[in-house]
Design a protein around this ligand. Structure first.
Ligand code: GDP
Ligand code: GDP
Length: 465
């Protein structure tokens, strides 16, 4: 059973553009003039592995309607009633308008699961609008550019966390919808900014294994899962859908991104199959933690660094496996050297876990999976506002922001706006004037103070009046 999405928002925020993007065809009319007449219709849509229906609600801007506000409200309410999930769309470029709040109120009252889509996020100045979107109280805004097709992986993830995996993938036809909906709302990040919810290790952790051809990816996956089971497909303890294999590692549930290429290769033991760039990208977007397999005899080529950089930019956390360790003559020296290189070459996420393994003999696999689990915890970590601001006091006392054009920049407070990966909002006097070097300093200092090695850390600056 698929679910239905209603794209809700005031005129001109980009609902039709988003609709087209999801449906994959030029169906709805897109126009710069607010008030263009359109019909409301439902179409099959797709977001990576998610399949659903979208209700195009653009019709409620019907200019011919007698009382526009009343009509907008009525149409919106109908669409919301039909929907299982709402994409509450705002224009991050222009920021919040009074109408956004009116619509948000209707959406909130419905009690339906919501994803806040901060559209036009690619535009200059969209950061401000993104942050304003928090004020709607509907949860974490997901930055998206419907026009340029950006931010869609995060939108996919947001849908899954709003609906729960079972509903998102249409697996729970009997589930109590109301329970799922209210759980989705309670589960949102924004309920209590000061809470530090404990880490949930009962949900399957999504991982992917990437690396250059011949690094040993297939061998590693076979060693982790057990070759027999990988080859024989679904059975007790292992289930697979088109893109993932479920299994557990000493009781920890995992979902592994699976590529047809790997499977085929594992089956017929051919050597030439490579993981395509497309597969690599899909794998990274699928995963929470990405294991980068490096051949320790030829580590760190340009491509490896590009993959690592991509993982970090996508907000996922890398863990490095130095594979073929059985072939290394001076392991201690090499390990020290490789770890030093990791720190130097990947400063964007200092402290990346890097573990020597031999996929062939199975040595080091326990340590590797420990590192994966540890990194996943850090990626999920949340720091309370109280702790953050005690940390900030120390920073301001010992290393305050510089003066720019004779005026000292001021920081008022810091909060953690999101997890997975950790993202912080720094409220300061002149965000535009804040030097990048100081933002980097803040991020490094946060990483150290709150023990968040090896994961991307995001900082958004917000104006404090
Ligand atoms: P609707 O009234 O909410 O359905 O909005 P439309 O989809 O008709 O879009 C309104 C305007 O915003 C059009 O000019 C679009 O080209 C533009 N637009 C839509 N999405 C984006 C985006 O992601 N970035 C930018 N910069 N403009 C967008
Ligand atoms: P993939 O292309 O990344 O999937 O790499 P494969 O898993 O097919 O491995 C490439 C080659 O490296 C094969 O000949 C494997 O037997 C070999 N190999 C993989 N892991 C190890 C290891 O830990 N030690 C050694 N000595 N060889 C390995």
């Amino acid at each position: 059973m698929t679910f239905k999405v209603a794209i809700i928002g005031r005129p001109n925020v980009g609902k039709s553009t988003l609709f087209n993007r999801l449906v994959g065809r030029k169906l709805a009319l897109v126009d710069d003039t607010p008030g263009v007449t359109r019909d409301r219709r439902v179409h099959a849509a797709k977001l990576y592995d998610l399949h659903f229906d979208v209700i195009d609600t653009a019709g409620f801007e019907d200019a011919a309607a007698s009382t526009l506000p009343g009509r907008m409200r009525a149409q919106t309410e109908i669409a919301i009633r039909e929907a299982d999930l709402i994409f509450f769309t705002i224009d991050a470029k222009s920021g919040l308008m009074p109408d956004d709040k009116t619509f948000a109120e209707i959406v909130r009252k419905s009690g339906k699961p919501v994803v806040v889509v901060a559209n036009k996020a690619e535009a200059r100045g969209a950061q401000g609008g993104m942050l304003e979107a928090w004020e709607l109280g509907l949860g974490e805004p997901i930055p998206v550019s419907a026009e340029h097709g950006q931010g869609l992986p995060d939108l996919r993830d947001a849908v899954i966390s709003a609906l729960g995996e079972a509903r998102a993938f249409g697996e729970d036809e009997d589930a109590d919808e109301e329970a799922a909906a209210s759980e989705a709302l309670i589960g949102e990040d924004i309920t209590d900014p000061d809470a530090e919810p404990s880490y949930d290790d009962t949900k399957p952790m999504r991982i992917a294994v990437v690396g250059r051809p011949n690094a040993g990816k297939s061998t590693l996956i076979n060693a982790l899962i057990g070759e027999e089971r990988l080859l024989t497909g679904p059975e007790a303890g292992i289930t697979r859908d088109s893109i993932s294999v479920d299994w557990d590692w000493h009781g920890r549930r995992l979902k592994l991104f699976d590529t047809a290429g790997m499977r085929r290769k594992a089956r017929i033991h051919e050597k030439l199959e490579v993981m395509s760039v497309q597969d690599g990208l899909r794998a990274i977007r699928f995963a929470e933690i990405v294991i980068i397999v490096l051949d320790a005899t030829i580590p760190f080529e340009k491509q490896d660094l590009q993959i690592a950089d991509l993982i970090i930019r996508e907000g996922r956390a890398p863990v490095i496996a130095f594979n073929k360790w059985d072939m290394i003559d001076h392991p201690q020296e090499l390990l020290a050297e490789l770890r030093e290189k990791t720190e130097r070459l990947l400063p964007q996420a200092r402290g990346i876990q890097a573990v020597p393994v031999s996929a062939e003999t199975g040595r080091g696999l326990d340590k590797l999976m420990d590192a994966v689990i540890r990194t996943h915890r850090v990626w999920n970590s949340r720091v309370s506002t109280g702790k953050l601001n005690r940390w900030l006091e120390g920073i301001l006392a010992h290393h305050p922001p510089p003066a720019v054009a004779g005026r000292r920049l001021k920081i008022k407070y810091v909060t953690q706006a999101k997890t997975r990966p950790p993202g912080f909002v720094v409220s300061c006097s002149r965000p535009d004037a804040m030097p990048q070097s100081y933002v980097r300093y803040l991020s490094n200092s946060l990483r150290e103070a709150f023990d968040m090695p090896g994961v991307p850390i995001r900082i958004a600056l917000r104006t404090s009046e």
